[in-house]
Design a protein around this ligand. Structure first.
Ligand code: FMN
Length: 368
């Protein structure tokens, strides 16, 4: 478990913030990166149909800051020429890596031949990867699920093909498209991909604690790991991992720091977007972030019912001050670590705004 390279780019530590549409935008990525321990960040997945038709939202999604480097832009689509053009645009804006999405299960994305649809059309995937390779000089990487369905698991075949056309890093989420988020990611399949190719392979799925992550990582013998939902619950998870990798005690933020990170996020959001949008994003992160905190459920209720920046800030202050003084809040209960239902793939993949290949205006909020 040591740093690895994607061509000349060092991924150090070998820990990656997994792309999440509607979450890993410019603001969230910087928030996480600043906590430390992140070796690579990736954009939300970006529609090449939107990008190549100059859709302002798609273009905005490629924006990044120097502090984020190394930075990968993830693109999705089903048409080789559009994918090549989209990849070229990512290189032009200065991204370090282009990543191709081969996992999105959203019906609209699949209908357009992109995302996980590519797992059942390898000739098309090969044409896409080859076209992209011709159009960029920066490294090309792939993020995939292990197959389209239980009966058509083909992660090893996909990975070998990808390697043969010049893909330089393969990231595997250990579930099938059909599975959505049900069950657990199969890290044995991830390990099988690692054994089958010589480019670096990173594993992904269900890592929310250091113990579980270390175990899976060691078993699958992968080069790196990606953490998605776990970073929303615990923005310090990468730093804690890095601590353990280096023989240190994992960093434990205190209540004051937890409060500070929410405030920092809200401030960054307000700089970037209208207040109403910032409020929505704040509620989304705070909803995940307070899982497992004493009185978290009741605190979330106060946030959901906040209608202005002032109200949100007041509620955050009251919550954390009460916690600091009395070590408790509201009913004093800490919920069990329930699934992140509001973010489940099924819920978001029904989003009517998810991109399809024939749309010019994409407002993507679907998941992979
Ligand atoms: C809200 C949400 C949005 C996602 N969007 C993307 C995406 O844009 N691209 C992608 O490759 N995967 C996406 N994913 C999948 C994650 O990157 C990751 O593969 C998956 O959540 C499993 O990892 P985890 O258990 O660490 O969250 C998304 C997941 C969620 C929950």
């Amino acid at each position: 478990m040591k740093p690895f390279r994607i061509r000349n780019i060092e991924i150090n530590p070998p820990l990656i913030l997994s792309p999440m549409a509607g979450v890993t935008d410019y603001t969230f990525r910087r928030l996480i990166k600043r906590r430390g321990g992140v070796g690579l960040v990736v954009s939300e997945f970006i529609s090449v149909e939107g990008l190549t038709r100059q859709n302002p939202k798609s273009k905005r999604q490629m924006r990044f800051d120097e502090e984020e480097r190394p930075f990968a832009v993830q693109i999705f689509g089903g048409r080789p020429e559009r994918m090549a053009m989209g990849a070229e645009m990512a290189e032009e804006v200065g991204a370090d890596i282009v990543d191709v999405n081969c996992g999105c299960p959203a019906p609209k994305v699949v209908k357009g031949g992109g995302g996980s649809a590519l797992l059942r059309d390898l000739p098309r995937l090969e044409t896409i990867l080859t076209a992209i390779k011709k159009s960029i000089t920066i490294p090309l990487t792939l993020k995939m699920r292990v197959g389209y369905s239980e009966s058509t698991i083909n992660a090893v075949e996909v990975a070998k093909m990808a390697e043969s056309v010049g893909v330089e890093h393969i990231q595997v989420h250990g579930r099938t498209r059909e599975q959505g988020y049900k069950g657990m990611a199969d890290w044995n399949l991830i390990g099988a991909v690692k054994d089958a190719v010589s480019v670096p392979v990173s594993g992904n799925g269900d890592i929310t604690t250091i113990d579980y992550g270390m175990r899976r990582w060691a078993e699958a013998n992968v080069d790196g790991i990606l953490i998605g939902r776990g970073a929303m619950q615990n923005p310090w998870i990468f730093r804690q991992f890095d601590d353990v990798l280096n023989g240190r005690q994992p960093y434990q933020p205190d209540v004051a720091e937890k409060k500070a990170v929410l405030l920092e996020f809200f401030e960054m959001l307000q700089e970037e977007m209208p207040e109403i949008v910032a409020l929505g994003k704040m509620k989304q992160l705070a909803g995940q972030f307070t899982k497992g905190l004493v009185g978290g459920a009741q605190f979330r209720q106060t946030l959901y019912h906040s209608h202005s920046a002032g109200e949100i800030l007041d509620n955050i202050t009251v919550y954390f001050e009460t916690l600091a003084e009395r070590q408790t809040f509201g009913d004093g209960l800490t919920e069990a670590d329930k699934d992140l239902e509001i973010l489940s793939c099924d819920a978001l993949s029904n989003d009517p705004n998810a991109c399809s290949d024939d749309e010019t205006s994409c407002n993507v909020a679907s998941t992979n």
